[in-house]
Design a protein around this ligand. Structure first.
Ligand SMILES: Nc1ncnc2c1ncn2[C@@H]1O[C@H](COP(=O)(O)OP(=O)(O)OP(=O)(O)O)[C@@H](O)[C@H]1O
Ligand SMILES: [Mg+2]
Length: 258
């Protein structure tokens, strides 16, 4: 049995004046420890699918199972990292990274020490007592990652977590996030517009087509790229041809729209 099973998802948003079918017949599975990406044009339903998988949104049809149980019963096993870090501006970095543990009543000397250790590992031990506004965007996203990992979620949802960062910071964070998730054996789903990022970070890439969103193609990355760090993968000789293939598929989707 797969770790995550997404079965026959359809979703229609209803408003008073209209109905928008955002997703149609989405089925996919993700194995434990796997890193997959959802790639596709704006409005194709990536965020909708992520919200459904994490049970923030109930689909019109279909089911999501995490370890064979409905995901609605496993909400606290899912962690998020979003485009904006949503750190509490009036709380220190230490208070921010411990908040999930506190709210879920898991804050003990042991979990606190493990979380502070992770902050140290990620190169931010000296900022514990500072406020988020004293940190750069890249540092804040690293804090957000520590906060997400603190409660030890089984599944991580990353909705464009690097898109607000400058290119160099983004490349560094891709490597750091990838290494930490591998070290901890975490399963993750990344939403991105960035083909290169999807190739460099993922084991598999799901390309979605729009209106309504469907899984148009699935690309499995070659072993050489999966083993490599994202930065090495971007410089690997296989990278360009995969980039071209996915680029062409995306272009054909865009031209269908016109
Ligand atoms: N709350 C809502 N009510 C009505 N329609 C919605 C709602 N949220 C999203 N939609 C519609 O559903 C479709 C998919 O939206 P979604 O936000 O999932 O796309 P996306 O792939 O994440 O886009 P982007 O890349 O721009 O973030 C779009 O047509 C959007 O207009
Ligand atoms: Mg989105």
């Amino acid at each position: 049995m797969s770790f995550l099973q997404v079965q026959n998802i359809h979703h229609t948003y209803f408003t008073k004046a209209s109905a928008t079918t955002a997703l149609s017949d989405i089925s996919l599975t993700v194995e434990e420890g796997e890193f997959v990406s959802l790639l596709g044009p704006s409005g194709c339903g990536k965020t909708t699918l992520l919200s459904i998988i994490s049970s923030l949104l109930k689909p019109t049809e279909g089911t999501v199972l995490l370890e064979n149980k409905p995901v609605t019963t496993a909400k606290n096993q899912i962690g998020y990292m979003l485009q904006q870090d949503y750190l509490f501006p009036w709380k220190t970095i230490e208070e921010n990274i411990l908040i999930g543990l506190k709210l879920s009543r898991q804050l003990t000397p042991k979990t606190k020490a493990a979380t502070l250790n992770l902050l140290n590992q990620i190169g931010l031990s000296e900022v514990e007592k500072q406020l988020p506004r004293q940190l750069s965007g890249g540092m804040r996203q690293r804090v957000a990652l520590v906060r997400t990992l603190a409660t030890e979620p089984k599944l991580l949802m990353l909705d464009e977590p690097f898109s607000a960062l400058d290119y160099q910071t983004k490349l560094k964070l891709e490597d750091l996030v990838s290494k930490i998730l591998t070290d901890f054996g975490k399963t993750a789903i990344l939403v991105t517009h960035d083909i290169g990022e999807a190739i460099a970070m993922s084991d598999r890439v799901f390309l979605l087509s729009p209106s309504p969103g469907r899984i148009y193609k699935t690309f499995t990355m070659p072993e050489e790229l999966r083993k490599a760090s994202p930065f090495e993968a971007r410089n690997h000789e296989l990278f360009q041809s995969i980039f071209q293939t996915i680029w062409k598929e995306l272009e054909s989707l865009e031209s269908e729209k016109e």
